[in-house]
Ligand binder design. Structure first.
Ligand SMILES: NC(=O)c1ccc[n+]([C@@H]2O[C@H](COP(=O)([O-])OP(=O)(O)OC[C@H]3O[C@@H](n4cnc5c(N)ncnc54)[C@H](O)[C@@H]3O)[C@@H](O)[C@H]2O)c1
Ligand SMILES: O=C(O)C[C@H](O)C(=O)O
Length: 336
């Protein structure tokens, strides 16, 4: 039994992500939870002739009743993906979403701590730089935090980097890998273009413009959608790709699966401490290796160019602020 759970499954990301997980034949059960419309999405997807049995859950109608919908969705989960929360409108930063999304993510994480503490947890809800520490702090309060199994999903930054660099290098963008490290907002997004594979030598102007486009790719979509939200379809594909890597490593036992994700650096003491020594942070989007039980290795940051080093220096203060804000939100929460 491989149960995948999507929290926020009826939304702009949630629906196409649910479709892609329904098409993933490793998944045998797909549980969809949202505050609206999840039974409808589940009924629709349930007619697709792939193995996963699909169920939809809602919270109770009465205000203080126990949330059996969330409990039943989460119980027995192997992997949980969270795209619940509000998206940006033009003029907003991801941090502007903290006010609403921090509480949503906290409450869902509390359910995970109670009903499925051993699952892999993938956080899409923004601001990822803060929501990932929020989930970790909730799990710590319940003594169930496993840093090897918690992931802030930054795959869309890598997907964009492959697409945008391919337009210049002429390589097939499906074959291109660019590590994008740091965090998931503006200047905290650090594309390491010197490490692109297959290798390619960009001019200084190309490096400047590609870096800017990868850092602000999200804004391009927010602007084009003109008030109707942010990236949903490309995010669903990116989230499904990352979930598939987790499933391949944890269920199928494929070895040395390499991805990039925003993780707690305790997930691998050796590699994590090397990054900590450079950045002085507990969370950093890093190149990771995945195994049966989650992260097996964090790759240290090595041989950065002077330009990449300047990006790193610029990112650290904002990342620190984002992390501290998430941690403080839970530490100061007397309800937990
Ligand atoms: N990590 C990334 O790269 C990335 C990329 C794109 C978007 N995002 C973020 O993903 C989030 C969702 O974006 P979207 O476009 O799907 O938004 P959306 O508004 O279309 O969907 C969000 C869904 O969450 C649901 N929801 C709200 N509160 C909930 C709760 N307490 N429990 C369960 N579900 C709840 C809503 O009902 C809605 O269906 C946003 O925060 C957005 O910024 C992240
Ligand atoms: O830009 C956003 O707000 C959504 C997402 O983080 C993205 O990178 O597309």
């Amino acid at each position: 039994m491989v149960k995948a759970v999507i929290l926020g499954a009826a939304g702009g990301i949630g629906q196409p992500l649910s479709l892609l997980l329904k098409l993933n034949e490793t998944v045998t059960e797909l549980a969809l939870y949202d505050i609206v419309n999840s039974p409808g999405v589940a009924a629709d997807l349930g007619h697709i002739n792939t193995p996963a049995k699909v169920t939809g859950y809602l919270p109770p109608k009465e205000k203080n009743a126990p949330n059996d919908g969330l409990k039943n969705a989460l119980t027995g989960a192997h992997i949980i993906i969270i795209p619940a929360g509000v998206p940006r409108k033009p003029g907003m930063t991801r941090d502007d979403l903290f006010k609403i999304n921090a509480g949503i993510v906290r409450d869902l994480a509390t359910g995970i701590a109670q009903y499925s503490p051993k699952a892999f947890i993938l956080i899409i809800s923004n601001p990822v730089n803060s929501t990932t520490p929020i989930v970790a702090e909730v799990l710590k309060k319940h003594n169930v935090f496993d840093p090897k199994k918690l992931f802030g999903v930054t795959t869309l930054d890598l997907v964009r980097a492959s697409t945008f660099t391919g337009e210049i290098s002429g390589h097939d963008s499906r074959d291109i890998r660019v590590p994008v490290v740091g965090g998931h907002s503006g200047i905290t997004i650090i594309p390491l273009l010197s490490k692109i594979s297959p290798s390619y030598s960009f001019s200084k102007e190309q490096i400047d413009s590609l870096t800017n486009r990868i850092q602000y790719g999200g804004d391009e979509v927010v602007k084009a959608k003109d008030g109707a939200g942010s990236a949903t379809l490309s995010m669903a594909q990116a989230g499904a790709r990352f979930a598939d890597a987790i499933l391949k490593a944890s269920v199928k036992g494929e070895a040395r699966l390499i991805e990039v994700s925003y993780v707690h650096l305790d997930a691998d003491k050796d590699g994590g401490d090397k990054i900590r020594a450079t950045v002085g942070l507990d969370y950093f989007s890093s190149t990771i290796e995945l195994g049966t039980n989650g992260i097996t290795k964090i790759h240290p940051l090595e041989n950065l160019t002077a330009f990449e080093d300047s990006l790193l220096k610029a990112a650290i203060p904002e990342l620190r602020e984002n992390i501290n804000k998430g941690v403080a939100f839970i530490k100061e929460d007397s309800k937990l």
